[in-house]
Design a protein. Structure first.
Ligand SMILES: [Mg+2]
Length: 316
């Protein structure tokens, strides 16, 4: 690894001219200065990406880690209906890591920030004595005061929607981590999603004032729907046939229990005549009775909240 000073200079150069008005001062001073739009509030989130827990160095490239680190933060901001503004990234590397790795990581980070017009506003770097890479991101977003989407607003009768195709994250991880060749167009989409996931911040912003509750799908539909219902004090019934799963995911294990889909799961009051945009699917409704159920060919079964955590334990 190069000296901290040389590294900082490299990062400043790589970050280039990316600016936005809310970031009054970015990389280079003791702290960044932010001024959110008048009448807006800041949304803050933080996430970790840990080698051998969230990624495997032999299969996941540094650029992929950069994309996924940023997507984790932007997906949380999306779920709040917040517009991404800036991120701070701190990382710790083993001493023997080639200098190309962090450079590729930061190229991935900057590439993932670009479509959201969010900027890298600072960070820190240190040596990791344990021989494993640790990556930490802080995401900063802004949302009109009082209009953030919350997990807690779902009410009985609300319709439940999800964006995108669920299970791409799980299938992409499986392909990447086994070295399997993609066998069909869905596999190619899954691998692309694994390498370059993209958060749904535009949808999150569009849902302000429409959705009654929202959460991003980072741990799998079953777990994240359970979180939303718990925060709202309600239950849910979803229809297995309507879940936008991959054709190859026949038991819907990837859609229900996989992770890292970075889609939005949200509820809309039934009285609100809202037409979902393309790529958004109605999958069920909220009930006053607690518990999450899945209706499959006329039969109802309890949906256990077993998502990514459970999945990763099974996998290793
Ligand atoms: Mg989240």
């Amino acid at each position: 690894m190069q000296s901290e000073k040389a590294w900082l200079q490299w990062v400043r150069r790589a970050a280039g001219e990316a600016r936005r008005p809310e970031v009054r001062l970015g990389i280079g001073d003791d702290a960044a200065l932010l001024r959110p739009r008048r009448g807006w509030e800041l949304a803050l989130t933080t996430d970790l990406l840990v080698e051998d827990v969230h990624f495997l160095r032999q299969y996941d490239t540094a650029a992929t880690c950069g994309h996924r680190l940023v997507t984790r933060a932007l997906s949380d901001l999306a779920a709040m209906g917040a517009e991404p503004v800036a991120v701070l990234v701190s990382s710790a590397y083993p001493e023997d890591l080639p200098a190309a790795w962090p450079r590729q990581l930061y190229r991935g980070i900057l590439a993932a920030l670009q479509p959201a017009q969010a900027v890298l506003a600072g960070g820190d770097v240190a040596a990791a004595p344990a021989g494993k890479i640790l990556l930490d991101i802080v995401g900063l977003g802004q949302v009109p005061a009082g209009r953030a989407l919350r997990r807690s607003g779902a009410r009985a009768g609300d319709r439940i929607f999800v964006s995108g195709t669920l299970g791409l994250g799980a299938r992409g991880r499986e392909l990447a981590h086994t070295g399997q060749k993609p066998a069909n167009p869905d596999d190619r989409r899954a691998l692309k999603h694994h390498r370059r996931p993209r958060a749904r911040w535009e949808l999150g912003i569009a849902l302000r004032g429409r959705a009654s509750a929202a959460i991003d799908i980072s741990d799998g539909l079953a777990t994240d729907l359970d979180h939303l219902c718990a925060e709202s004090g309600v239950g849910a019934v979803i229809d297995a046939a309507s879940i936008p799963a991959l054709a190859t995911d026949r038991d819907q294990h990837g859609a229900l229990g996989g992770g890292e889909d970075y889609e939005l799961l949200f509820t809309v009051p039934a009285r609100r005549r809202w037409r979902p945009p393309a790529g958004v699917t109605a999958i069920g409704s909220i009930t006053a009775e607690r518990g999450v159920w899945i209706a499959d060919a006329g039969r109802r079964r309890r949906l256990p909240a077993a998502g990514w955590e459970h999945f990763s334990r099974r996998q290793r």
